[in-house]
Design a protein around this ligand. Sequence first.
Ligand code: ATP
Length: 852
Amino acid sequence: MNFYQNSIDELFSQLKSQKEGLTHSEAAKRIQEIGPNILLEKKKKPAWVLFLAQFKDFMILILAAAAVISGIVGDLTDTIIILLIILLNALLGFTQEYRAEKTMESLKKLTETQTKVIRDAQTIVVPSQELVPGDVVVLEAGNMTPADIRLIETFSLKVDESSLTGESVAIDKIADPLEKEGLAPGDQLNMVFKGTLITNGRASGLVVATGMSTEIGKIAGLLQENAPITPLQQRMQRFGKVISYLILGICALLFASGVARGEDIFQVLLLSVSLAVAAIPEALPALITIALSLGAGRLAKKKALIRKLPAVESLGSVTYICTDKTGTLTQNKMSVISLEADHRKSFSPKFSNLQLAMGLSHDVHLDKKGKPEGEATELALVERLLKEISKEQYLLLEQEFPRIGELPFDSTRKRMSTLHQFGDQVLILCKGASESISGILKDGALAKELTLSSEVWAEKGERVLAFAGKLVPNLPPESEWSKLENELDFFGKVGMIDPPREEVKVSIKECKSAGIKPVMITGDHPATAKAIAAKVGIWKTGDLVLTGAELTKLSDEDFAKKVEQISVYARVAPEQKLRIVQALQLKGHYVAMTGDGVNDAPSLKAANIGVAMGIAGTDVSKEAAHMILLDDNFATIVGAVKEGRRIFENIRKFIKYILTCNSAEIWVIGLAPFLGFPNPLLPIHILWINLVTDGLPALALAGEKSEKDQMKRPPRPPKQSLFAEGVGYHIVWVGMLMAGVTLFTQYWAIQNGWHWQTMVFSVLAFSQLGHVMAIRSDRTFLFRQGLLSNLPLLLAVGGTMLLQLGVIYVPFMNDIFHTEALNLKELAFAGGMALIVFHAVELEKWIRSKIK
Ligand code: ATP
């Protein structure tokens, strides 16, 4: 027998459970036995595999082979040192990659879902991982189904099963047993399956399978989730390929010309291969991933959780932030400040009609301590009511007039109704937006007056809710409930305020100066929306306010003409957000869009950065988003954009640094023979510079703080080349300058009979350190930035400098590196040469600022 064929009672006894759920101890026992409710992912690579993967690079293997061969025929110390350097390099790469992977893992944990489950007859919320077969769970619209569940009871339940069946239309679900044999999961209408999305209604159900025993677990087997490659990485990979071939070509030429000059073939081979290893930026794509992953970690600390890594780099390109109002711009702490009851009629002797509606038509519950808990709008109503009646009276209301049906709130209808037993009659209570209620009032004149008077409150920034209702003789069948919502008596209205979050005003200012336009999208009344938008600085004179109804009437062309002038969208249905995203994108904008509900998912997916709410958001919206705000705060989005810009700029800085160094190395080695100089550097010198001088400072550059004017500049065009804004020129000219001072040193030192090779080695190393200090900022001089403002980099540079001095002055290092102690004059000359590079780059900043 299948689960869908059994009756619920049969299943309860089969799974040794009951309506009141499992006991805590039984649930704990079961999870011990069958394990957590998770889909196993592809086994994580163990650390040693990750370490070995560092050696998979072809050139590294050739280098190792060349080192071994040259060791056999010649100098064994060189071989050992080269192998050591390769090992150190791998170790550095490994630690970084390992750290980045751990960061991503811990971020993933933060997105785990929660489920309402009944245990020991009490509803509690547990991490979905802790569900076991036999658990009774409560599901509602917005949830991701946490396990395979046989439905016990459903209320208008619709489920999007596309993740399992590919069918994108949401399916209506029922609770009755089905008879047919051999139904496919898609046809098992009384079952919901792990990983599918609940788009409408609510239900309770019995967990029948968890983890890998679920349908999705069976299909997926071991889930293989490869991290997607970000656009930046793709570009870097393409660039890397071209540049690798170019460098290989140069190295082959060098090898050939060396052999032609009659040099020792193994030495030339080792030199060319070392140069290839040093100059090919094979580690760049990995370094970018590391910088992005660690950036994602930093963003999480700032309450912005990245779900899709490419979002980190695209954040910096955002030109529009479309944001919800309630909770994101405002505190979502409503309080009633205006109230107007209509006393013309009263159904109950003890309560006014408005009190009945405020006390009954909501889903607020009192917690154990008697504190009301629920959605902010409704909470405000109950809190206000409790100022008029006592808690005892309030509790009595619910007992006296029990709820026997409901038409839940939805943002298209903008109202909700509840049905209550009222003696032998039925009371229908309806609350919602004024326009929505005025359309169903009995008294036409009153309806008009309601619309007008609500407008006045709305213009002060108040959210207005109107109440109405009527008595009917008996309860009609559920299909006819919606017909009850007409010919109603007016009960009154309330106006509530929801203060803006303190930090929002500043963030909006920052947004605007950063060339990003903030736009408010809300289901609220246009006048309320505009008043609040003006208060926080989103709306300014001249901006347009568009309502959902107006948007529906506009053709795509007409909408496109206006879209850039609109800063407030009001009375908008979530489905319309998609149109807004698309219109902005057609205008070439890069759009961040927030959302929390089921119907927000399409627009979140379509946006360049879909932003879901961590607290108020549904699983469905989180699943569709690129980023989740852990604090639901608008300011966090702006903070994330700032961080995104910084991460991108720093990535660009270390790319600039590494490529400049590499090009300098190529010029030095490549040009020397043509100038008639002996080989300026030995293979270990090149490898040392590549590992020590390039490696550590480059990593520290990724931690550079944001530039002062980071949020005063326009967003970076998303397709802009990495080498734009002078980066390409910089790499070429600074590379040539470094090579120039190095080769000049070689010439001068040979002329004067100095220790030329040690000097050449030192000038190249020192000038790279000078360079890294100078490119910490693209615009600010180092002395203005302050030496101490990037301590890790200062330590990396200082440490490297000491190591280099060690290479020059410590006798055993002299043996290893074939160097000689420099006298003071020689050292000063080398230092002076290196400083030229530092000053030249600082001069570049000055000239660029003058040109601007
Ligand atoms: P935002 O989109 O910024 O969250 P919102 O909360 O006003 O704004 P919706 O939740 O779509 O947007 O609500 C639309 C309208 O429906 C509200 O302006 C209000 O008049 C009405 N409304 C909101 N909550 C309820 C509720 N619980 N019961 C009845 N009516 C409600």
